[in-house]
Design a protein around this ligand. Structure first.
Ligand code: KG4
Ligand code: ZN
Length: 357
């Protein structure tokens, strides 16, 4: 099975090529163009993002063809592709449309089956992708189910019970901001660029995580829901009251480390509690915030200490943030029990949610 996949749900234009045979990943090629333009706005501007996707996606596809068939030749690429997939949601409607319509048009022109993929399901599938050494944490044939998935991206924070590929029950989600937003909004208050998660994480490495005691919203609440807006507000007032220290590098590092600690503690406590209270064999991590080293370490050590019978899977760092390889992987799983979606009527679904009853 050889899959060509497109991802354009937010501000990354990406294409990937995945070849799987006899349960083995034989080849994976990936190209992603991140839209730098949003940095100057401090967040993603939907109209600008869609325009950028339209301008960039053809060159991203050309670059992928160069990798796969050695030249930017669509007809040669067509020979090497069995199925085409694209993210259909959740995400920004106008951005999603660029990748989805490119994929649908190609599927029609090349007469290939087409799969509309859920972006979060893509993040979940990234756990099966190889790292830069070419090794996958989970083999395709391995039985990891039932699994608990902690989804932590720029727009989502949720716990999913995953019975099998494509079978989810939503256990809980954030009532306000997502974990990624908590990182990004704090980063903005500290004067960092967008997206702020990686910068907070980098500055936190030099800081003292116990320096300031920020709130851990809903950490002791036994529901599986989250809330991060109170943390953001607490940081805002704290920074307002300490405006004279904003030039002090130690202060910035300590605030970064303390905020990261608060977010990581909430995510760890609630995930480990949910895992221990269920029959899951595996805990999976999905979404951009899964690139955070502190979160990985905290989940790894806490699960090992409190529930060592549960396996913790860390997705490859290079496929934590938005990419098309994960969309190709999710399409492979879908192709095992589906002939594909109707390429003429498939449409974007900006608020597509996994596992809600
Ligand atoms: O999944 P993703 O690439 O896009 C969405 O689907 O939303 O997630 C992006 C989010 C941003 O909020 C970004 O700040 C966060 O992931 N992020 C991180 C790190 N790398 C990316 N947050 C904390 N630490 C990181 N190392
Ligand atoms: Zn994402």
């Amino acid at each position: 099975m050889r899959i060509l996949a497109f991802e354009s749900s937010c501000d990354d234009s990406a294409c990937a090529y995945l070849e799987i045979k006899d349960g083995q990943i034989l080849r994976l090629e990936h190209v992603v163009a991140s839209q730098e333009i949003h940095r100057k706005y401090g967040g993603v501007v939907p109209e600008v993002a869609a325009r950028e996707h339209s301008a960039t996606m053809p060159t991203v596809l050309d670059a992928l063809a160069e990798k796969v068939v050695g030249r930017a030749d669509g007809l040669a690429l067509q020979e090497q592709v069995d199925r085409i997939a694209a993210t259909a949601g959740p995400g920004l409607a106008t951005s999603l449309r660029v990748g989805l319509d490119t994929a649908r048009a190609l599927a029609f022109a090349w007469d290939k089956p087409f799969h509309a993929i859920n972006h979060i399901e893509g993040h979940v599938a990234s756990s099966w992708l190889p790292n830069k050494e070419g090794e996958s944490a989970i083999a395709l044939a391995e039985d990891v189910f039932p699994a608990l998935v902690l989804v932590v991206s720029g727009g989502h924070t949720e716990l999913l019970y995953m019975r099998n590929y494509g079978e989810y029950t939503l256990l809980g989600s954030t009532r306000d901001d997502a974990a990624g937003e908590a990182f990004d909004k704090t980063a903005k208050l500290l004067g960092f660029g967008y997206p702020g998660g990686p910068e907070i994480s980098a500055r936190a490495k030099e800081g003292d995580a116990t320096a300031y005691d920020f709130p851990r919203p809903m950490m002791h609440d036994t529901s599986h829901d989250f809330s991060f807006s109170g943390l953001k507000t607490a940081v805002r007032y704290f920074i307002r009251d300490n405006a004279n220290k904003m030039d002090d590098a130690k202060f910035i590092s300590d605030v970064s480390a303390s905020v990261e600690q608060a977010i990581v503690e909430v995510l760890t406590k609630k995930t480990v509690r949910a895992a221990k209270g269920s029959d899951v064999k595996t805990v999976l991590l999905a979404g951009g915030v899964s690139a955070n080293h502190k979160l990985r370490e905290s989940l790894r050590t806490t699960l090992a200490a409190e529930a060592s019978e549960i396996t913790f899977v860390e997705p490859p760092l290079m496929y934590c943030t938005d990419n098309a390889a994960m969309i190709a992987m999710a399409a492979y799983f879908k192709s095992q029990h589906s002939d594909g979606d109707d390429r003429l009527t498939a449409s974007v679904n900006p608020s597509w949610e996994l596992g809600r009853a």
